[in-house]
Design a protein around this ligand. Structure first.
Ligand code: GLV
Ligand code: GLV
Length: 337
């Protein structure tokens, strides 16, 4: 009997070929660009030894039970693993692969884009041009002015690879200081992924707590994992400590920011603007969502890692992780459960 694997999406060419060369496997695949049906997944997981999932597929007790005791590996096509019940995997000795390294540049690029868009009112400005309003708003010294990036203090909520790669990109813009908060407040981060923390000519310091980060930052970058302790970490209290000219960018997971609190902070001008790649309850965001009524909010549909090159790499790495899990070999990147 062939080893069965389930793959919850059609993969990009090279990754699909790599998967398909394994003729010893029974490959059951959701061949669609739409998210995999939950009922299809539960039904087909039965008897699988490996499952390759997207971040939209919940990996929980229900799925693991549906699969059965032979399940050895979950390979997630993502850096975030909040859709995976890690405890449930650990209990069963199931390995978890993910793709935290190959998407760093793409997400850091998008983070810089969102910072600049929020500060320089790019969405609001272009919206006016598209609406034919330019004739009514001739050049004016204060037209569409926003805060400038140089000399800013940038506060990172979470300071892993993506945060550090973002900082690396911001240094040439002339920021003056960076502070960061991790799960160990006040402690310096252990990993200097790109050697910039040591080498940068500006101070880069751990914050004592979120209050300090909120009150001292001109730019807040949300780049931490979603966990019970980071859910709604950015709340009404957080916004009330932020500077009126500060912007906040979220490239991590929607629920880290309390959406109602953000709408209120923007409406009451407690902060200057926001740039979001993720939001609570995505993708179910309709055009009448209250946040979209806020002109200083830029929202894009979870496209942080969406460069052609990165998505190809994520697909290939996910397949490699899956295969490594089946063969008890080292993965490209494995979550320590
Ligand atoms: C994207 O959000 C990811 O986790 O890869
Ligand atoms: C948390 O995500 C961190 O980067 O420390």
């Amino acid at each position: 009997q062939r080893t069965k694997v389930v793959v919850t999406r059609q993969l990009i060419d090279e990754a699909q070929r790599l998967l398909d060369t394994n003729t010893d496997l029974e490959i059951v695949q959701w061949h669609s660009s739409n998210p995999c049906d939950r009922s299809w997944l539960l039904e087909h997981a039965k008897g699988a030894t490996g499952v390759l999932v997207m971040l939209s597929d919940k990996v929980d007790e229900e799925l693991l039970q549906a699969a059965g005791a032979q399940l050895k590996v979950i390979a997630s096509f993502s850096v975030g693993t909040d859709h995976v019940d890690r405890e449930a995997l650990k209990k069963r000795n199931i390995r978890l692969g993910y793709t935290p390294t190959c998407l760093t540049d793409a997400v850091a690029d998008l983070t810089v884009m969102l910072i600049l868009m929020a500060q320089r009112r790019a969405g609001e400005s272009m919206g006016k041009v598209l609406a034919g309003e330019w004739p009514q708003m001739p050049w004016h010294p204060l037209l569409m002015t926003g805060p400038q990036i140089s000399r800013s203090t940038v506060g990172f909520l979470g300071f892993g690879r993506i945060g550090q790669a973002t900082l690396k990109r911001l240094l040439p813009f002339g920021i003056s200081r960076a502070i960061y908060l991790t799960s160990k407040p006040g402690e310096p981060v252990q990993e200097d992924h790109f050697g910039i923390i040591k080498e940068a000519a500006i101070p880069i310091e751990p914050a004592k707590n979120w209050e300090q980060l909120a009150s001292e930052s001109d730019i807040v970058v949300v780049g931490c994992a979603l966990t019970p302790s980071t859910k709604h970490l950015v709340s009404t209290e957080f916004f009330s400590k932020m500077k009126k000219r500060a912007v906040i960018v979220n490239i991590a997971r929607g629920p880290i920011i309390d959406t109602n609190a953000l709408v209120e902070a923007l409406a009451q001008e407690k902060i200057f603007g926001a740039g979001l790649d993720v939001i609570e309850n995505e993708p179910n965001i309709s055009a009448d969502h209250p946040l979209l009524k806020q002109p200083r909010c830029v929202l894009v549909p979870h496209i942080g890692s969406a460069t052609i090159e990165t998505r190809e790499q994520m697909a290939t790495e996910s397949v490699k992780n899956l295969l490594a899990g089946l063969k008890d070999e080292a993965m490209v990147n494995e979550v320590e459960l």
